[in-house]
Design a protein around this ligand. Structure first.
Ligand code: HEM
Ligand code: HEM
Ligand SMILES: [Fe+2]
Length: 442
């Protein structure tokens, strides 16, 4: 660690890891709700909708904490100066964490806005906005006063600002449901297929540059191309959510064509990562961090690119829309693109923050392979449930409840795989909290 303020990252990463574990436990409850019959008293006290809101909002919260921590780690090294104000960074952290806690307790008592993934009620939204403004101001000032301005910094700051602006579109309510959902997608889709891709691009480019020693101009040249393509395909690609929403018909074409092009920048990202692997200059000190980076690129392609592509064209989406196929893609994409990016970041930054040169990697490796494989199989199980569901419900015309009976087995498989995933995750979190220097016997 070159700058003292980089250690702020650690205080963002640790809570993020704990929230990740809580998120998985709630996922198991959701899986159980599909595969078994939970007694009515329990459901009354803790409904599926509450657990789902917690599961998904926790996901968003811990990923954002990871990204922000990542920014606090990366920005000093890129600007060659300390963070503008460490105090503001901790105030921001406190605001976000307390909003998270209040929101979770609020959900338990039915205090929710109701719109999936963005359930937190309006007063809390305002706190989030204040925290986002503090963050942008703090990072913005650091960049502004910095000794060096780089493409990585510009992309990161641009992505974060875009992310914060989009959040605002999820705050007001519209009486017309079509309009309401229209803007809801501006947050959800334009986040994961727009703003977050920019943030990911910047963090990923930074890490690859540091671990492979590839020249900055090579990394940054690719960043321009990827970011340009992400924006080009991702913005118009929003149309793949407007097919059946009551929006004009032209979205079938716009959404279909542009979203089918969305895997392109992701393929480029894999290609680019591979390029760096081949042309690496530095000796790779911690090979596991490198495995994680390469794994992220491939899983990103799998979950977002391939799993997204298979149901994005209107004639297919007509049958699969809102089914467990969507859930399968949601899991593989979020895990492959954003959870893994965060793990790469944690394993890259935490050893440096804790003054560990070469860390012991056995537990990390074991947890990565456990999580990556169980999530893949879990995605397949959700996928099979989704195919069964789409066929019975949309082709044969069975009722929703009749269909669900036939998906139970697959949802049970997903839940059991989820237990393995939880095991892997607990080991990783334990490992990251207790990283140790690798010792050689000479
Ligand atoms: C990392 C990037 C991505 C993430 C995290 C992600 C995540 C998600 C999630 C969570 C949903 C479900 C939203 C809901 O209905 O509640 C969804 C829907 C969808 N995604 Fe993605 N996605 C990503 C990239 C992509 C890409 C690149 C494509 C296309 C090539 C795609 C195609 C779709 C489609 C078509 C739907 C709608 C499914 C339906 O009609 O039910 N996604 N995505
Ligand atoms: C033990 C592991 C997990 C299990 C059993 C599980 C199960 C579930 C279930 C049953 C749902 C509700 C689907 C529906 O409404 O029909 C869900 C939603 C969701 N979960 Fe998980 N989950 C787990 C872990 C994760 C992880 C690690 C991530 C992300 C990295 C994740 C991301 C999501 C997302 C994005 C949704 C919303 C999907 C959508 O709207 O289509 N889950 N999960
Ligand atoms: Fe989308």
């Amino acid at each position: 660690m070159e700058y003292n303020s980089q250690k702020i990252a650690k205080y963002y990463f640790y809570p993020a890891l704990l929230l990740f574990i809580l998120q998985i436990i709630l996922g198991l409850y959701l899986g159980l709700s599909y595969s078994t019959t939970i007694s009515q008293e329990i459901v009354n006290a803790f409904p599926f909708s509450t657990a789902r809101a917690m599961h998904t909002n926790l996901l968003v919260l811990w990923l954002l904490l990871g990204f922000m921590g990542g920014a606090y780690y990366l920005v000093p090294e890129e600007t060659k100066r300390e963070i503008w104000s460490s105090k503001l960074a901790y105030i921001q952290l406190f605001l976000l964490l307390s909003t998270g806690v209040v929101a979770l307790i609020g959900f338990l008592f039915g205090w929710t806005q109701g719109r999936p993934l963005l359930e937190i009620p309006r007063p809390l939204d305002l706190v989030v906005v204040v925290a986002a403004l503090i963050f942008l101001y703090n990072i913005g000032m650091t960049v502004f006063k910095g000794k060096q301005k780089t493409v990585i910094l510009g992309t990161l700051l641009g992505g974060m600002a875009f992310l914060a602006i989009l959040y605002l579109f999820g705050i007001p309510f519209y009486k017309n449901a079509t309009i309401d959902w229209y803007y809801w997608w501006w947050v959800i889709h334009l986040w994961v297929e727009g703003a977050w891709e920019l943030v990911t691009g910047a963090i990923f480019a930074f890490i690859l540059m540091k671990i492979t020693g590839v020249d900055r101009n090579v990394v940054e040249k690719w960043l321009y191309v990827e970011i340009g393509l992400f924006l080009f395909t991702g913005i118009a690609g929003t149309g793949h959510h407007y097919y059946w929403l009551g929006a004009p018909k032209y979205w079938l074409w716009v959404g279909g064509i542009f979203s089918a092009l969305e895997p392109l920048p992701i393929v480029l990202m894999v290609f680019d990562t591979w390029n760096h692997v081949k042309h690496r200059k530095a000796e790779i000190k911690n090979p596991f961090t490198f495995t994680l980076a390469v794994g992220t690129a491939f899983y990103h392609l799998l979950g977002a690119g391939i799993w997204g592509f298979v149901h994005t064209l209107p004639p297919i989406n007509y049958y699969t829309h809102g089914s467990q196929i969507t859930v399968s893609h949601g899991h593989l994409a979020f895990f492959g693109a954003y959870a893994l990016l965060n793990f790469t970041l944690f394993y890259f930054a935490l050893p440096k923050i804790n003054n560990i040169n070469i860390y012991k990697e056995e537990k990390g490796k074991f947890s990565f392979w456990t999580m990556a494989s169980s999530m893949f199989l879990m995605g397949l199980a959700f996928g099979v449930a989704g195919v069964v569901q789409s066929y019975l419900e949309r082709v044969l015309g069975f009722s929703y409840m009749e269909t669900m009976e036939f998906t139970r087995l697959w949802m049970a498989c997903a839940t059991i795989l989820g237990i393995f995933f939880l095991g892997g995750a607990v080991i990783m979190v334990y490992d990251l909290f207790n990283l140790k220097e690798k010792r050689y016997n000479i």
